[in-house]
Design a binder for this molecule. Structure first.
Ligand code: SF4
Length: 379
């Protein structure tokens, strides 16, 4: 099984009012030290015989790094691991910093897939989310990506935004379809307590649509994407012509990956670990040989089983019951069938003796359905 390599870039030009990711404001000097630390971390972890077939720059806003810095990190990955010739190399990018010149240079640096955080094609919605770009800028960035030669582009949209109606949401979905990216991710906005967005909503008396409308938003969007030739392959992800995210698929299929940068997670050989989250602390730990790992856990058999059930059920192909049995020795239907039956009867789950799959309606209630697998220890 080939590894995925994840690089966490913790810088943003501004902090969005809903964001809970590990990120901070861009600082040129800190960024330079960070790049040196990441290069060193990769060099130290190098295993030239270990096969890898994806690199994913996530953040934060990785497109704030200079293309030459991204190129140096890609080169370090190539030098440190047996990276396949057709490796998928993704850069998350924000539309506001994506000019034709920069995108062309990212491409020359080895990036072959872009993932734009568009979130909405409504300027009013983008402003409520305190995003820096406009819908027009997102369209320009997409056009620039095409002009720079990118033929594998993903766009992220968020639904259930403050004040968003079903019709407004579908306008964004239609705008995405009109652009025709190879991949799209649709997320439900989660508004956390104490987030600046929560305060803004109280102050401005903004509200989100009713729960039933949120369900409708999801189902109608998926129907439109189906009709436009996209194939849903995971609860929140669709792709055209098989252009699924090979990197993200590793997270949903018991894959293995190494994460570099502050707060990055890794999973390999039955062990999961995370590096320290604060960027200065991360840089100091790499440069002085100090404590870089904040958390390390050996995954038990039970962890492995639960993880396989949780993640694989997110995929439209569902859970291959034979595979789970051969890999973990668990007969899922025998173990959980009693509790899962009611979801099958309610049309939320499909069981055909070989596979267990969520229906689209079931995807809306995935968390509830998956609680069946929690805490019930497999013998
Ligand atoms: S650009 Fe992304 S990572 Fe940065 S603050 Fe906004 S939501 Fe968070």
């Amino acid at each position: 099984m080939s590894l995925g390599l994840y690089i966490h870039v913790p810088f943003c030009s501004a902090i969005c009012n809903y964001c809970t990711f590990n990120r901070g404001l861009f600082d040129h000097a800190l960024k330079t030290e960070y790049v040196a630390a990441v290069l060193k971390e990769i060099e130290r972890a190098a295993e030239p015989s270990a096969a890898a077939d994806t690199i994913f720059f996530g953040g934060g806003t990785p497109s704030l790094l200079e293309p030459e810095e991204i190129g140096a990190i890609v080169d370090a990955c190539r030098a440190g691991f047996a990276l396949s010739g057709d490796a998928e190399v993704t850069l998350e990018a924000n539309p506001e910093s994506a000019t034709l010149d920069r995108l062309a240079r990212f491409r020359a640096a080895g990036i072959n897939r872009l993932s734009f955080g568009v979130q909405s094609f409504s300027d009013a919605e983008l402003q409520r989310l305190s995003r820096l770009h406009s819908a027009g800028r997102a369209r320009e960035a997409f056009a620039a990506a095409r002009e720079a030669g990118f033929d594998n582009v993903s766009l992220d949209l968020m639904m259930w935004l403050p004040q968003q109606t079903i019709a407004e949401w579908l306008t964004s979905v239609d705008a995405l379809i009109a652009l025709g990216p190879e991949h799209a991710s649709l997320y439900l906005l989660e508004i956390y307590p104490n987030s600046p967005l929560r305060d803004a909503m109280t102050k401005s008396k903004w509200a989100v649509a009713a729960d039933d409308d949120a369900a409708e938003m999801y189902l109608l969007a998926m129907e439109r994407l189906d009709a436009a030739g996209y194939q849903q392959y995971e609860i929140s992800n669709v792709a055209r012509n098989g252009r699924i995210s090979r990197h993200n698929l590793k997270y949903w299929t018991d894959g293995e990956w190494l994460g570099f940068g502050p707060g990055a997670h890794s999973t390999r050989g039955g062990v999961r670990w995370r590096t320290v989250s604060a960027t200065p602390e991360y840089i100091a730990a790499v440069q002085t040989g100090g404590q870089l790992i904040a958390e390390r856990r050996i995954l038990s058999r039970q962890d492995g089983i639960e993880e396989a059930l949780f993640t694989r059920l997110r995929l439209t192909e569902g859970l291959d019951l034979e595979l789970v049995k051969s890999r973990y020795g668990v007969d899922v239907w025998r173990q959980y069938g009693g509790e899962l039956k009611r979801f099958v009867e309610a049309g939320l789950l499909i069981y055909d003796e070989r596979r267990l799959k969520l229906t689209r309606a079931g995807m809306l209630l995935a968390n509830e359905i998956m609680t069946v697998f929690l805490g019930s220890h497999v013998r």
